[in-house]
Structure formats: structure tokens, C-alpha cells
Design a binder for this molecule. Structure first.
Ligand code: GLA
Length: 721
């Protein structure tokens, strides 16, 4: 590994084939010379030569730099890194920067403008997997005795000309994370979220790549804002470029006017923004992001227990006799964690009342939850419980007792959403109440797992503060939510937590830093799920993605799907069931038991390997897999989502394998064989379904397997050893 600093002013962060090069030789903030693939030292040393381009007519008289905090003082007329003012003044700081590079993976820049009394601290940390995290804070130094209003503190990095195609994700309830692609043009492609939570439509990653980039090919640059409140991701291209670069990519917290007002001496710490680059397509991004999360302290490496969640099984009809029977069947088929969903507390017999009253309902549970919890634990399963601590129904004892704890303007409550309002968690008494209630129940019932829900967007998210009314509150609310979770985890270190928000409306690295998995979507229709999980997996490793088998007829789409297909798709994540198993016949229970065994067998690989997704000509067929880091073992799913335009899929290469070895290819038939629409199966199929056959890695990689003609909503699992 080369020296950290090539010359005293050149600062190189590098790891795992990726590099950020910053130059501090000029006045003002350091300029960014390079972000992307790593470069040899001699190339890095010559980068400053390329830092000044030609000066066109009708433009700034000198070549200008894109700095680490782009601003008009540098020449940048796009979205600025910092924006703020002090009652309309001191709005254009000129930074005097100092740079401190502690290691080849960490750089800290402090910028100060003494005249306007503002200081910013920026830090870039590159982990060993090549994931770059940028943290930023701004301080009102007190040089001027007045408050500083912070409008934005973004992290932005440059993109080259060849980064010309944008991929972002959007969505809605039950259809989270649908991809949309566009050609990068001049202007700002902005994905802003003002929902007070991450949002069903949050982009997860904003990626920009070379023309036609795919899962396995192309160069891609991507960003993610690690925050569960209002936020923005943007890629922006101006005709004049960005210094010598072509465009900028990044984002930050989206602040409402007046939301962050710093009195002298106060600071605002912006949420981390994550950047990642790949020379081998989206799979390269995901590989880095998954490995990086798995290396974090506190990450759960214990086998992810097979879950049964009661929601689609019983909804609000929680009843000891029925749930005891359900737990018995669950344990028989191999479930390891039993989660009691909504409806167990206060007056919560439906979604119009009781939210906020975190006491076990004496009407429904006259002996408390004890008998159920003991039964579940006695069967060797963990016990999990649903909460929605940030929300209230107005029809609740909590609101009757503390009407002032409801978030919203002095003029009256915001519009209702699922008949609920938001608890003002920035009120210390409300936050302490939530911690006390949840903690008491976790202690009393030895609860192993919380499903932590958040079922509405925030509207008119303002609080009636002691000195000013209707103060913007989303930042405070998000920070208070994090603080409550952090306190609960401090008190109960073994407690696992799932982030749910009407399905997958709170999926981001801010919440994942303090939870163990996300509820990916309320849609348990396996066909929809296959797509939702495929794209959620860009960022989220499978073991953090809740993925359940729903009933034969999906409750959210009314579509009937075979158990084998539902079971196959559920294997893509942290698997579970959301189905009243007491209604299952013997045959279904047998398949579920076999599926549970397969999950237990394969999860060490599925939950530690690297994701690979085949680039196929259309979306009718999905081929995706998990390959062990040493490429000695792999599991592939072949899913037919709809009929394809071709009569047969043809030869389909399997990505990510080792060309220089042979693999024993088996079709795992525990879930049954898929229905096909073919007169006869391909030759290799019968050997693969009965013991397996040896196939060269080069053949699988470069030529491919002739796949069967699967009927729509059918699939199979290939296991390669
Ligand atoms: C949300 C969740 C569901 C379920 C219900 C309970 O919609 O996403 O999984 O927990 O709330 O009310």
C-alpha cells in the first residue's frame, strides 16, 4: 500500500479499489480531484495537472475548482454544500480550511469564516470495503451574538462525463422500491422527501452510471442519505460542469425554514451521507454495501430465526386459545420466533382507538400476556411483540391524559392518516414515557424482539415550543426516535428490533444502525415481493430484510400463488410466515417443515455471501443468487414472473462463479418441482433434480444453462457446491 499523502497537499483515501483524492494546495476549501476507481501513485501525483481546464468565453475568468463543500465563492452556481444566514445576513461564508488526515481512510476538514462566525467540520471515512461515509457539522462560533439559521449542509462529490444514466427507486404502499431510469441531462434530478419518515417512495440509492450499466457490468457511482426523516438525494449537471468534473451527486437532510436555528455556541450535526463506487455494476455496489454493514459493531451474526408473525393470520383478533394453537403448529413446522402483532393493548380492537396505551388489554388478556409468552418460550421459540411508539389514536387514554403531547400546530390537529396522530417525542416527558412503557413490557415478558412500526407520513410536523409556536419538528422528532431506540437497546442489549413503517417506509442506514431488520413491505404477494426484494437488496443485505410466506390468496392483491413459489421468494430474506397455520392441511405443513429445514441449511450462505443478479433481456425471468466470498458455493433462484417473449429462455449464464473450478449443480426439490410449459425438460434437469451433476464454472459463467420453460409465478432453486 502506498503512502497516505503523495505530496503534502494531496490527500488520498483508498480501500478495496476505490479512491477519493483531495487537494488542499489552494486557498479556501480543498478541491476534489478524483472520486472513483483507485489510481496508482504516479497517476495520483499528476492529478493536479488536470485540475484546471480551458476557460471558455462568457465564463469565469479563471478555471475554478469543485471543492469538498461547493459554494459560489469557488465558482459553483449549482446546489450549494452549505446554505444559511443570520437574520438575512452572513449568508456567504469564505472558508479558511485546515486539513487533518489521520490515516489512509480518514480525512477531516475544518472550515472557518471568522467574519461570519461560522465553522464547518467535514469528515470522510472510507471503510475497508470501499464504502465512504461523510459526516458534517456546522457551529455558530458565537463571534456574532445572533442565531444562525442553517438551510442545508449537504455532501456532494463529482461525477465524470461518462456517468450519464440515472437509476433511482420510487414506490408506494405495497409496491416499494420500483426502479426508474433516465438519461442525465442538464438540471437537477432531485429526490426530496418531506414525509417525516424515510418514505415508501424513498430512493434508497441514487445511482449514476455509464450508459447501459446493469447488475453485473458498467461503472456506477451511488449515494445514500443515512437518515429516517426528511432528506434529499440529488444529481445535478450544469452546462459549465462542476470544476473540471461533469456533475455532482449527493444529498443531505432536508431542512424546513427555521428548523435548525443555532444560538451562539450551538452546533448542528448533519446525518451521514454514504457514497459508493463500483466498476462492476450494481452488484459491485451491493457487495460493498452488504459487506460494510456486516462488519459494523453490533451487527447480528447469529442465525436469523424463522419468524411467525400473527398479523395476516389473525389481524386484531388476538385470542389466547387461537394463538396458542397457532404457536403449536408454528413450532411443529420449525418456526423459531413468534411475533404477536397489533391488537394486544389498551382499547386497540381496531385501528381507530387505543394507539399509545401500551398496557396489555385486560379484556382480551385477563391473565396478561404471560400464558402466551410462557407457551411460546416453552416451545423453544423466541417471543416478539408489536409496538408503534411514535403514534397515538386521539381516542386513547394517553391523549386524554396528555393532549399536549400530540405533534402539530397550535391551530389544531393535522389531517388524520390511519386514524392516528404523532406523539411529540421531542417532549422529554413523552419520550421518557415511551421508554418506560416499552422497557417495562420487555422486562416483564422477557421479550426477545420488537416490531417497531410507524404508520403514517408526518404532515404539519411542527411543535408548540416553549418560546415559539409551530416550530418545525421533523429533525427533532427523528433524533428523538433514534435516542429512544438507543436507550432501549442500552437497557436491553440482546433485544432485537425490526423497523417497520406501513411495510417498508422506513428503510435506511440511519434506522439500520439501531435495528436488526426491516419489514420490507406489507405486500406478501410473492410476485410483487420478488421485485420489491430485488431492489431493496441493492442496499439491504438479505438477513436484514423480513420476507414472509403469506396466505395462498395474497391479502393485498387477491392473487393466488402456489406455496412452492411463495416459499422460494421468502427464502430471499430473513424468512418467516404470516399466515394462520392452523388452517393448513397436512400436505402444506409438510412442505413448510421441509422449507424450514432448507432455510436452516442454507442461511449460513444466504446471509453471508455476495449478491449476484443476472442481466437478462427482459423482466419476465429473474435469475439471482448468493455466492460465498470464496466462490466455493452458491445458491441461485430462477423465478418466472410472467410469460417471456421467447419460446424458451435459451442459455442463461450464472453470474459470480469461479471459472476455474467445477460445480455440482443440484435443483433443490424440497419445495416441489415447478410447473413448466414444455414438452420435455432440458437434458441436465433430471440429473440435477436427482443428486446433481458436475458442470464447469467456465461453462456456467460464459455459456450458461438452458433453463426450463417455467410457467408464470413458478421458480426453482439451484444449489451449487
Ligand atoms: C402496519 C404494518 C403491518 C402490521 C400493521 C398492524 O401496516 O406494516 O405489518 O403490523 O401495521 O397494524
Amino acid at each position: 500500500m502506498s503512502a497516505v499523502v503523495v505530496t503534502p497537499h494531496l490527500h488520498v483515501l483508498r480501500a478495496a479499489g476505490t479512491a477519493l483524492v483531495v487537494d488542499s494546495s489552494t486557498a479556501g476549501m480543498p478541491r476534489v480531484l478524483h472520486w472513483g476507481a483507485d489510481l496508482p501513485d504516479d497517476a495520483v501525483a499528476q492529478l493536479p495537472l488536470l485540475a484546471s481546464g480551458p476557460v471558455p468565453h462568457s465564463a469565469l475568468d479563471e478555471s475554478w475548482p469543485l471543492t469538498v463543500l461547493p459554494s459560489p465563492a469557488d465558482g459553483w452556481l449549482g446546489t450549494p454544500g452549505f446554505a444559511g444566514h443570520r437574520g438575512g445576513g452572513t449568508a456567504a461564508p469564505r472558508w479558511v480550511a485546515s486539513v487533518d488526515q489521520a490515516s489512509e481512510r480518514e480525512l477531516v476538514v475544518t472550515g472557518e469564516d471568522a467574519a461570519s462566525g461560522v465553522r464547518v467540520s467535514l469528515a470522510w471515512r472510507l471503510d475497508v470495503h470501499g464504502v465512504l461515509r461523510v459526516s458534517r457539522s456546522v457551529t455558530n462560533t458565537g463571534a456574532i451574538d445572533a442565531a444562525l439559521d442553517v438551510a442545508a449542509l449537504r455532501a456532494l462529490l463529482p461525477l465524470p462525463v461518462r456517468a450519464s444514466e440515472v437509476l433511482d427507486l420510487t414506490g408506494r404502499w405495497c409496491r416499494e422500491r420500483s426502479p426508474q431510469r433516465s438519461v442525465l441531462g442538464d438540471g437537477t434530478h432531485l429526490r426530496a422527501s418531506r414525509r417525516g419518515r424515510t418514505g415508501h417512495d424513498a430512493t434508497l440509492l441514487l445511482a449514476v452510471g455509464t450508459a447501459g450499466f446493469g447488475f453485473g457490468h458498467g461503472e456506477v457511482w451511488a449515494t445514500h442519505v443515512a437518515w429516517s426523516g426528511n432528506h434529499e438525494h440529488l444529481v445535478e449537471r450544469l452546462p459549465e460542469g462542476a470544476g473540471m468534473h461533469r456533475a455532482v451527486l449527493g444529498g443531505g437532510e432536508l431542512l424546513e425554514p427555521g428548523e435548525v436555528r443555532l444560538e451562539p455556541g450551538e452546533s448542528y450535526a448533519a446525518p451521514e451521507v454514504v457514497f459508493v463506487h463500483s466498476t462492476d455494476g450494481l452488484d459491485g455496489l451491493s457487495r460493498r454495501l452488504h459487506r460494510s454493514q456486516r462488519a459494523e459493531p453490533g451487527y447480528r451474526h447469529t442465525p436469523r430465526p424463522l419468524v411467525l408473525n400473527t398479523w395476516e393470520a389473525v389481524y386484531f383478533e388476538t385470542d389466547l386459545a387461537h394463538l396458542t394453537e397457532l404457536a403449536d403448529v408454528a413450532a411443529q413446522v420449525g418456526v423459531e420466533r413468534f411475533v404477536l402483532d397489533d391488537g394486544w393493548f389498551g382499547g386497540r380492537r381496531h385501528d381507530r382507538a387505543g394507539l399509545g396505551d401500551w398496557w396489555v388489554s385486560p379484556q382480551v388478556w385477563p391473565e396478561g400476556l404471560g400464558p402466551l409468552v410462557e407457551h411460546v418460550h416453552g416451545l423453544g421459540m423466541e417471543f416478539g411483540l408489536w409496538f408503534e411508539p411514535e403514534m397515538v389514536n386521539l381516542d386513547s387514554d394517553l391523549v386524554r391524559e396528555h393532549p399536549d403531547w400530540v405533534l402539530g400546530p397550535a391551530a389544531g390537529h393535522p389531517r388524520e392518516w390511519r386514524h392516528q396522530q404523532v406523539l411529540d417525542l421531542a417532549n422529554p416527558a413523552a419520550a421518557a414515557h415511551v421508554v418506560e412503557r416499552v422497557s417495562a413490557l420487555v422486562g416483564e415478558y422477557a421479550i426477545d424482539f420488537l416490531k417497531w412500526d410507524h404508520n403514517r407520513d408526518l404532515l404539519e410536523s411542527v411543535r408548540r415550543d416553549w418560546d415559539r409556536t409551530d416550530r418545525p419538528a421533523t429533525h427533532l422528532q427523528t433524533a428523538a426516535f433514534y435516542a429512544v431506540l438507543d436507550e432501549l437497546r442500552r437497557r436491553h442489549p440482546r433485544l432485537e428490533v425490526e423497523s417497520c413503517a406501513s411495510g417498508g417506509a422506513r428503510v435506511d442506514l440511519g434506522v439500520l444502525a439501531r435495528t436488526d431488520r426491516v419489514w420490507t413491505s406489507d405486500c406478501n404477494d410473492a410476485l410483487e415481493r420478488a421485485r420489491i426484494q430485488r431492489w431493496t437488496g441493492l442496499l439491504v443485505p438479505p438477513e436484514r430484510m423480513g420476507s414472509h410466506i403469506g396466505p395462498p390468496r395474497a391479502h393485498t392483491t387477491h392473487r393466488h400463488l402456489d406455496l412452492s413459489f411463495r416459499a422460494l421468494v421468502a427464502l430471499q430474506g430473513h424468512a418467516g410466515l404470516e399466515w394462520d397455520l392452523t388452517t393448513c392441511d397436512a400436505q402444506e405443513r409438510q412442505v413448510l417443515a421441509a422449507w424450514a429445514g432448507l432455510y436452516r441449511e442454507l442461511r449460513p450462505l444466504l446471509h453471508s455471501g455476495d449478491p449476484v443478479r443476472a442481466d437478462l433481456p427482459d423482466d419476465s425471468l429473474v435469475v439471482q443468487g448468493t455466492v460465498a466470498p470464496d466462490r466455493g458455493e452458491a445458491v441461485f433462484q430462477v423465478l418466472s414472473l410472467e410469460t417471456g417473449p421467447a419460446a424458451t429462455p435459451g442459455l442463461v449464464p450464472l453470474p459470480g462463479l469461479d471459472r476455474d473450478r467445477a460445480y455440482r449443480v443440484r435443483v433443490r426439490t424440497e419445495l416441489g418441482e415447478p410447473a413448466t410449459v414444455q414438452a420435455s425438460a432440458p437434458d441436465w434437469w433430471s440429473a440435477a433434480t436427482s443428486g446433481g451433476l458436475e458442470v464447469s464454472g467456465a461453462l456456467l459463467t460464459d455459456v450458461g444453462l438452458p433453463l426450463p420453460v417455467l410457467a408464470p409465478a413458478q421458480g426453482c432453486l439451484l444449489h451449487l457446491t
